[in-house]
Design a protein around this ligand. Structure first.
Ligand code: NAP
Ligand code: F7E
Length: 322
């Protein structure tokens, strides 16, 4: 039985990856940070009992290297997935230093913890399409130049380059997945897709009258999180540590997401969606679209859920919750 250590296990991807690995008969060690309530463990605690039974939660923090050395020594994991981060782009403008401490230095702390503990493990870094930012070419692939547009994206570039540097310097098996936006019914409620799927349902039920959003013209390459965590595992089980873009190859605007979500509920989004400067960013990324042909060729990875299916499954999941 293999052992995997996941940071950020309580997040969207952490829950899907845990489920995926548990079904492959891994023992999953999830690092959780101390919180005044344990409610943020809902995504893990709601997993089926046979899956939950293979997951052990342990306290630790990306800002506390000692806690990670302890876990690495205690469990000697075969694979380490670094999914933890301050992952909200707009909030990174409000907390730039904290974002850098967690998302950039936190990743370096973990790489150092692995190096110091001398554990023979493979390492996955959750890199992001936000690193391309104001992209100079379209679609973006592994060779596209980075032009990060937020404290979050800058931090991800640092962590990405640190993982590559530790591979080149110390021979560590460090793989970086440059993942484009991926969503699900477990997506955090302040990311745009989930905000739309929740509020469209509230409007349908007569509990709300409008949906306030920021930039409706921003375009993203949105896929399903369940498809994307499989790519993480494939990268660590590939013959060589490398970088891979993971994306659908299709880009849609926030407005298009609204259109499908509302029409799925028999509503016209134009009657409800309004733009509010509060949700605008000091610098936004206008359009991103990924070219995942390397992942397809070398890993055999392909997305399974289409954009329209994704929007509808998120709206349906939030409808079923009430
Ligand atoms: P998420 O839902 O925001 O989850 C982030 C996780 O990081 C949570 O478990 C959070 O714990 C944990 N965390 C935050 N600060 C921490 C710290 N100091 N120490 C330890 N854990 C900490 O993010 P996600 O959508 O699952 O994304 C997973 C990773 O992929 C992130 O690194 C994200 O930046 C990156 N990424 C995401 C996407 C996407 O579209 N989803 C695309 C590309 C890259 P709490 O529950 O306690 O807050
Ligand atoms: O915004 C626009 C917003 O916050 C998408 C993270 O997982 O994916 C995510 O980052 C777009 C942006 O995701 C609202 O301006 C309009 O252009 O859902 P988002 P993101 O910023 O793309 C990348 C790949 C990551 O790595 C990140 O961790 O939608 N938008 N109105 C809005 N966005 C939000 N959140 N809220 C709005 O009201």
């Amino acid at each position: 039985m293999k052992t995997a250590l996941i940071t950020g296990i309580t997040g969207q991807d952490g829950s899907y990856l845990s489920e995926f690995l548990a079904k492959k008969d891994y023992k999953v060690i999830g690092m959780v940070r101390r919180n005044s309530s344990v409610e943020n463990r809902g995504r893990i605690d709601n997993l089926p009992a046979d899956v939950r039974g293979k997951i052990v939660l342990e306290y630790g923090d990306l800002q506390d290297m000692q806690s990670m050395v302890r876990l690495l020594k205690q469990y000697a994991p075969d694979e380490v997935y670094n999914l933890a981060s301050q992952s909200h782009v707009k909030i990174s403008f409000e907390q730039p230093v904290l974002t850098a401490q967690v998302t950039a230095i936190g990743a370096l702390n973990l790489l150092e913890a692995i190096r110091i503990s001398d554990v023979n493990c493979k390492f996955y870094q959750a890199s992001s399409s936000e690193m391309f930012g104001k992209a100079e070419e379209s679609p973006q692939n592994e060779q596209t130049k980075f032009h990060p547009r937020s404290p979050y994206a800058i931090s991800k570039v640092f962590a990405h380059m640190a993982a590559i540097n530790y591979r080149e310097s110390y021979g560590m098996f460090n793989a970086c997945g440059i993942l484009f936006n991926h969503e699900s019914p477990r997506r955090g409620e302040n990311f745009v897709t989930r905000k739309i799927s929740i509020q469209a349902n509230r409007i349908k039920r007569g509990e709300a009258k409008e949906l306030l959003l920021g930039n409706l013209d921003a375009k993203r390459d949105w896929g399903f999180a369940g498809d994307y965590v499989e790519a993480m595992w494939m990268m660590l089980n590939h013959e060589k540590a490398d970088e891979f873009v993971i994306a659908t190859g299709q880009s849609h605007s926030v407005g298009e997401f609204c259109e499908i979500a509302f029409s799925h509920l028999g509503l016209n989004y134009k009657d409800y969606v309004k733009s509010d400067p509060k949700y605008m960013r000091p610098a936004d990324v206008n359009t991103l679209v990924g070219d995942a042909s390397k992942a397809k060729k070398e890993l055999g990875w392909e997305p399974k859920v289409s954009f329209e299916q994704l929007v509808k499954l998120m709206v349906d999941a939030d409808r079923a919750k009430n």
